[in-house]
Write a new protein. Sequence first.
Length: 94
Amino acid sequence: MKTYTDKMPNRLLRYIREGKDINFYLSPEFRYWRARALERDNNECQVCKEEGKQSHGDIAHHIVHLKANPRLGLRLNNLLTVCHRSEEHTSELQ
C-alpha cells in the first residue's frame, strides 16, 4: 500500500492555482487524506455532532478553504467530515 505525506506536490498546487479543483479532489493524494479524515471521524458529520445530532458524513471539508491556503489542502488537521447539508452551510460561510 502506498502512503502519502501531507506535503503538497507542485502539480496539485498548479491545479488549484489554475482553478482545476476537480483534478485536485480526484488525485490519489487527496483521496488518501480524505479517507483518513472520514475514518478518524467515524463517518459522522462533525457539524451535526456539535449540534447534538447524528448524521452520516461522507465529505472531507477543508476548514481553511483550499484557495485561501493551498498548502493546507492535504493536512489531516484541516479536514473535517461533514454531511451534504452541513457542507452547503459551511460553503456559504466561506
